[in-house]
Design a protein around this ligand. Structure first.
Ligand code: 6DK
Ligand code: ZN
Length: 372
């Protein structure tokens, strides 16, 4: 069993700078500003854990490539692409809230799109059943006509259209990034050929969530009615909550839809330690979701899964959660890698027992506290 990873280091050239990226909560007390959450270092760590971690023996590495401008028109309007080309040529610095350009950004965005297309083509050509596009800048907020939420080009959406153009009839997208995949949803809102499913942080349940849409009643339109399924989950849903939502909602929907191929849109910002979310997944939860995705692909989609990278902002835990997700997709029996951070004691009353023991110790050894 193996998994083909598509990557190109040119994607590291996109740099959205430093700043106060959550102006809703930071009143400007701090001198040392954060890197933009979507920085090159987070992806450097994803590359290195896949190269050096125990999963490395199951992976083959393939070079990504830039998309041609003409390939972008399957998802985006010509006007929007022209706008991006102009922004790049004139050195524009900001496209919308949180979404910044530097001189390397457009080249990186073209590489992210082209690399995702290459990964999809690899599956369509029958070279591998499972491929992972390790890409940045991310794509799932990018709409046919707009940049949004760190995203310029909708990498997964472009790949879905390649699959349809190559003769596949039905593709399902399952997006577990903590934010609603609104761009992908919009691109396929009126078609029944693509079932888009997004699990995300319910708007209003924690912090300044983005975007503010993604409610359960946004179910598609026209021929696409019913083919966009939103699963907004309350913050803190955790491993058990996500596993339940996968088994109760996603698995039956995929079973009914019978896709020819699954696109698994992953974001590690649903983890317990992410600065941009509070869904509280740990490596165990990501591993389980990966296993469930693999089970659905084996049962309905000839084992075919394209995995596409989106967000995930904890500089090290994101890489570990990615590793766990791919372990799950590979259906490995025992976990390959321990969780370095998440620790939940089995007995939640444990602290009380420790405190009781200390009190007893004080009563016995500290003279003035012998009768507390
Ligand atoms: N904040 C993503 O992880 C991107 O889904 C998340 C984008 C969050 C944008 C947050 C944002 C504001 C708004 C107003 C003022 C200040 C800050 F696409 C992925 F990378 F995957 O706009
Ligand atoms: Zn996200």
């Amino acid at each position: 069993d193996h998994l083909a990873v598509f990557w190109h280091e040119g994607m590291l050239a996109h740099d959205a700078g430093r700043g106060v990226f959550d102006s809703g909560r930071d009143p400007g007390f701090l001198d040392v500003l954060d890197q933009h959450p979507e920085n090159a270092d987070r992806v450097r760590n994803m590359v290195s854990i896949l190269r050096r971690g125990p999963i490395s023996r199951f992976l083959s590495w393939h070079s990504g490539r830039p998309a041609h401008a003409s390939e972008l028109l399957s998802f985006h309007s010509a006007e929007y692409i022209e706008e991006l080309v102009q922004a790049n040529a004139t050195g524009a610095k900001k496209l919308c809230e949180g979404t910044f350009l530097n001189p390397g950004s457009w080249g990186a965005a073209l590489l992210a799109a082209g690399t995702t297309l290459s990964a999809m083509k690899h599956i369509l050509d029958g070279h591998s059943k499972i491929a992972y596009a390790l890409v940045r800048p991310p794509g799932h907020h990018a709409q046919p006509d707009h940049a949004d939420g760190y995203c310029f080009l909708n990498n997964a959406g472009l790949a879905v259209n390649l699959a349809l153009d190559s003769g596949l009839k039905k593709v399902a997208v399952v997006d577990i990034d903590v934010h609603y995949g609104n761009g992908t949803a919009e691109g396929f809102y009126n078609t029944d050929s693509v079932l888009t499913i997004s699990l995300h942080m319910k708007h209003g349940s924690w912090g300044p969530s983005h975007p503010q849409s993604g409610s359960v009643d946004e179910i598609g339109e026209g021929r696409g009615l019913g083919y966009n399924l939103n699963i907004p989950l309350p913050n803190g849903s955790g491993d058990a909550g996500y596993e339940y939502a996968m088994n109760e909602l996603v698995v039956p929907a995929i079973k009914k839809f019978q896709p020819d191929l699954l696109v698994f849109v992953v974001g590690q910002d649903s983890s317990a330690f992410d600065p941009n979310g509070r869904q509280c997944l740990t490596m165990d939860g990501y591993r389980k979701i990966g296993q469930i995705m693999r089970g659905m692909a084996d049962e309905h989609s000839n084992g075919q899964i394209l995995i596409v990278q989106e967000g995930g902002y904890h500089i090290s835990y994101s890489a570990y959660c990615l590793h766990a997700t791919l372990e799950g997709v590979l259906n490995l029996q025992a976990p390959l890698l321990d969780d370095p951070i998440a620790y939940y004691p089995e007995d939640e009353k444990y602290t009380m027992k420790v405190v009781d023991a200390m009190k007893k110790c004080w009563q016995e050894s500290v003279p003035f506290l012998k009768d507390i």
